[in-house]
Each structure stands twice: as structure tokens, then as C-alpha cells.
Ligand binder design. Structure first.
Ligand code: BMA
Length: 368
């Protein structure tokens, strides 16, 4: 029900802003007034926020769950709530080396097909990217070398990065709906850079080097004429406003101001988690409003959901009244590979009833 109310609000907002209808195109000779796919998605996220809702997101939602892998139509979130998450998140890790599957084994062809399905159901798609370290060839978490210190004086490394960005761009620009129209997506590269666990993070790159990487990425996409990308910036927790903006690429390069904050230490960590949200999301929201941007809670969750009413007792009160476009939790890895690595309950998990209650009573948007 609430989903339909929201869609009506979105349709209204799109009509009000000139939208993307064929008529608007035909009526106006100036190409400038035709919304790009990215602008259409931004307008939709904006109207979602204005209507007091936010999309509930889940990473790799339809690829696998706690007890299954690649079962057509399956979703742990849908199995528990009756609906798919309003936002699905996907990852491009290993696309840079032309792999057919991403770092978690999900085929890129599958991701493209699922993005189209999610778009067709009125949902949103967001894409992160965990590329390998271009110098050591270890994974994203390999901080043994610092490629970004070297790239300015290393032409080969610079070419490698450009080629990788171009592969990511090619994939994203290939995302089309059944009629061949481009599907707008949120792209959230180089995330959690304030932390020290990724090779593009704070321990391995100066703010200037990080910003240069972002601009390089953005120019690679822009040069290819890509207009279906909504750009999300998402540093990690425990930052002052000043620290948050110390690596900010600039308003002309970013559409969504996000943040990643996880809940650690179960029941003992509740207060700290809520405090972290309260000390960071409000200034992210405030700055987004001032800059005409969208705010979002780009990654969060409690691994293993040992608190069975986590969704309504911990997450919900912390965010339900905040003007954010979405909140996204991470993946439900299959039990045989990573036993306790899940962030949404699956059927039979003790948090099931509470998650259903979150679905039924919160302002979170799910889709059919
Ligand atoms: C991490 C874990 C890893 C995974 C990575 C990229 O948080 O889920 O198992 O490989 O994200 O999806």
C-alpha cells in the first residue's frame, strides 16, 4: 500500500519537474530541458525523501541468500516480508580485469539482468566497486602498496586505472531496460575511503590523491557520454564535518552524500552504533540540503543479526525520521561459505518477525 502512495508521489514530482515524457521532449526544441536518466533518478530519490520515505536496500539480494544461490526470483528479503527490497546493491569488483564474475562469484550478465528486473518492478539499483590493487594485484583490502601515491608519475599505472574505469563505464552504460532505454543507477565507487582498509583509503592516499582518483573516474565516464549515473560519495564512520569533506571531490562531481556506518559488538554496541549515526548523518543531511544533493545511509547493518529486534528497536528509531533517500544493508552470504555473514533475516531466523514488522510499519520502501 505505502509503495503505491509513494509511486504516485514520484509520478507527480516527475510531472512537476518536466520529467522524462516524450511530450516534454517534443514540445521543447532545446535539448537542455530533457532530463537525462540520471536526472530522472535524482528527481525520484528527491521526491521519495520529500514524501517522507526511504528505500530499503540489500546487497546482492536476488543472487543468493542464506541457504540458496541463483534460484530464479528468490530473495531472503521477499521470503520474509513478501516484497523485494526497494533498492538492490551490486558490486563490480573484478570487472576491471575483464572477469565474467565479480569478486563474490556473481556473473556480470546476471547482475545486468537483475538490475533490469529491479528497475522494471519500480526499484532502484546501486553499484559499488571493489577493484583489485593495480600495483600488487592483491584484492581491494591489499594495502601493502599505495598505487595512488605513484599514479601521477607512472604513466603505465595511469593507463591501467583509465582502462579499468573504462570497463566499469562500459558495463554501466550497457544497462538497458526491455525497450532498450538506459537504466539509471547509483554508482558508489571508492567507498569507505576515510577508513584504512582499502588501497584507495586514508592510509594509502592523500586527500588530493583520492580526489584526483574520483575526478579521473568521473571524467572517464563523462568522456564516454554516460548519462545514467547518479554519483554517491560514502566515507565511513566517526568523522567530523571537516574530515568528511577533506576528501570530497566537489559538488560538480557528486549527487548523493552518503555514509557507511556498521553496528559492531551486538547488544553491547547498540549505544555506540546509535551515537555514531547521530553524530554523522545529521551533518551529512544538512550539507546535502545546502548543496542541493540527496543524503543516504549507503551501507549499514549488524552482521549475523544477533539482536532479534534490531530492525525495529535499533535501526528504525535511529533513522525513520531522517530525510534520507535510502538505507542499504550488506549481503546474505550463503551459509556454507560464510556462516554468520548476513544482514537481513532469512525464513526461520529469530529476527524474522521483527523484520516483517519493520517492513509493515516503517517508512521504508519495498517493491513487488
Ligand atoms: C565484504 C564481505 C566480503 C565481500 C565484500 C565485497 O563486506 O561481504 O565477503 O567479498 O564485502 O562484496
Amino acid at each position: 500500500m505505502k509503495h503505491h502512495t509513494l509511486m504516485a508521489a514520484v509520478a507527480l514530482a516527475l510531472t512537476a519537474c518536466g520529467g522524462h515524457s516524450g511530450k516534454a521532449v517534443a514540445d521543447d526544441a532545446s535539448a537542455d530541458s530533457v532530463a537525462t536518466p540520471a536526472q530522472t533518478l535524482i528527481a525520484r530519490l528527491d521526491s521519495t525523501v520529500k514524501s517522507g520515505h526511504y528505500y530499503y536496500g540489500h546487497h546482492d539480494d536476488t543472487a543468493y541468500g542464506h541457504t540458496w544461490k541463483y534460484v530464479e526470483g528468490n530473495s531472503d528479503v521477499r521470503a520474509v516480508t513478501g516484497q523485494y527490497p526497494g533498492l538492490m546493491s551490486w558490486d563490480l569488483g573484478l570487472i576491471e580485469v575483464d572477469s565474467a564474475r565479480n569478486l563474490d562469484g556473481v556473473p556480470f550478465s546476471f547482475i545486468a539482468a537483475e538490475i533490469a528486473k529491479q528497475h522494471a518492478r519500480g526499484g532502484i539499483n546501486a553499484i559499488s566497486w571493489h577493484p583489485i590493487n593495480p600495483v600488487s594485484r592483491g584484492n581491494s583490502w591489499d594495502t601493502s602498496t599505495s598505487p595512488l601515491h605513484a599514479v601521477a608519475s607512472d604513466a603505465a599505472l595511469s593507463d591501467t586505472l583509465d582502462a579499468w574505469i573504462s570497463r566499469a563505464a562500459t558495463f554501466i552504460s550497457s544497462l538497458k531496460d526491455a525497450d532498450g532505454n538506459p537504466i539509471p543507477v547509483i554508482f558508489r565507487p571508492w567507498h569507505e575511503n576515510s577508513g584504512t582498509w582499502f588501497w584507495w583509503g586514508a592510509g594509502n592516499a592523500t586527500p588530493e590523491e583520492y580526489i584526483a582518483l574520483w575526478k579521473r573516474t568521473r571524467s572517464g565516464f563523462d568522456a564516454a557520454g554516460i548519462d545514467n549515473v547518479v554519483w554517491a560519495y560514502s566515507p565511513d564512520k566517526d568523522l567530523t564535518r571537516e574530515q568528511y569533506f577533506s576528501t570530497y571531490p566537489g559538488d560538480e562531481y557528486v549527487d548523493i552524500l552518503g555514509t557507511d556506518i556498521y553496528h559492531f559488538d551486538g547488544e553491547n554496541g547498540v549505544d555506540q552504533y546509535v551515537a555514531r549515526i547521530k553524530s554523522q548523518l545529521p551533518f551529512v543531511i544538512d550539507e546535502a540540503a545546502k548543496r542541493g544533493k540527496i543524503a543516504a545511509f549507503t551501507e549499514t547493518g549488524l552482521e549475523g543479526l544477533e539482536i532479534s529486534d534490531w530492525y525495529t528497536r535499533v535501526l528504525l528509531p535511529a533513522i525513520d525520521d531522517l530525510p534520507i533517500a535510502y538505507v542499504c544493508v550488506w549481503r546474505n552470504a550463503i551459509e556454507s561459505e560464510k556462516p554468520n555473514h548476513f544482514y537481513a533475516p532469512y525464513p526461520g531466523h529469530p529476527a524474522e518477525a521483527d523484520f516483517k514488522k519493520f517492513h509493515d510499519t516503517s517508512k521504508a520502501v519495498f517493491v513487488d
